[in-house]
Design a protein around this ligand. Structure first.
Ligand code: 5GP
Ligand code: ZN
Length: 165
C-alpha cells in the first residue's frame, strides 16, 4: 500500500520522503475522490489508517501538529478536550482516518464511526457521568458542523435539555 502510494506520487512528479517514525510518511499524492477536496493533497499518511489532510484541523490535531489535550488514543481513534467546552465534560472523538462528515461516510467507515461512539462510552464510564451524557454528530453547516473531519461530541457532567437547539 505504502509502495503503491509512493509510486503514484513519484509518477505524478511529486516528492515522497520518510519522517522519523516508522508508521508515518510525508506524501504528496493525487486525490482519488472529489469528497476528499483539492486535486492534489499534501499530508501525513498514517500507514494503518489512511491519509491525513494538510488543510484539515483535526487531521493536524491527530498528527500532533496542532496541540490538544489528549484524552484517549488507539490505533483507529483519537479523543481530545474541546477548546470551547459546553459542559464539564466536552470531549471530541475522531477517527484517525479523514472522513469529512457523516453524510460523506461509506460502508467501509462503519467500524471507525462505531469505534468513536464506543470510545465516548468508555470515557463517560471513566469520568462517572453515566447517569446522563450525550453523543452528538453535527452534520452539515446548518446543523452547526464547523470542522469537516467527522467527530463525535461527548457532552456530560450537567443536566442536558431536550430537544437541543
Ligand atoms: P462542530 O461545530 O464541527 O460540530 O464541532 C467542532 C468543535 O471543535 C467545536 O465544539 C469547537 O469548539 C472545537 N474546536 C474548534 N477548533 C478547535 C481546536 O483547535 N482545538 C480543539 N481542541 N477544539 C476545537
Ligand atoms: Zn481530517
Amino acid at each position: 500500500m505504502a509502495a503503491t502510494l509512493a509510486g503514484v506520487a513519484l509518477r505524478a512528479g511529486c516528492v515522497n520522503f520518510a519522517t522519523t517514525t516508522r508508521i508515518k510518511q510525508r506524501v504528496y499524492y493525487p486525490c482519488a475522490s472529489p469528497a476528499l477536496g483539492p486535486s492534489v493533497v499534501v499530508g501525513l499518511k498514517n500507514l494503518k489508517t489512511g491519509p491525513l489532510m494538510k488543510d484539515c484541523l483535526f487531521c493536524r490535531v491527530v498528527s500532533g501538529e496542532i496541540p490538544a489535550k489528549k484524552v484517549y488514543e488507539d490505533e483507529h481513534t483519537f479523543a481530545f478536550e474541546d477548546i470551547n467546552p459546553q459542559a464539564p465534560t466536552h470531549v471530541l472523538i475522531v477517527p484517525k482516518k479523514h472522513i469529512r462528515g457523516l453524510k460523506e461516510a461509506s460502508q467501509e467507515d462503519a467500524d471507525a464511526i462505531g469505534r468513536c461512539h464506543l470510545t465516548a462510552a468508555h470515557i463517560a464510564r471513566q469520568r462517572s457521568i453515566e447517569d446522563g451524557y450525550r453523543t452528538v454528530l453535527n452534520v452539515g453547516a446548518k446543523a452547526g458542523q464547523s470542522v469537516f473531519h467527522l467527530h463525535v461530541h461527548l457532552i456530560g457532567g450537567r443536566n442536558l435539555q431536550w430537544p437541543p437547539g
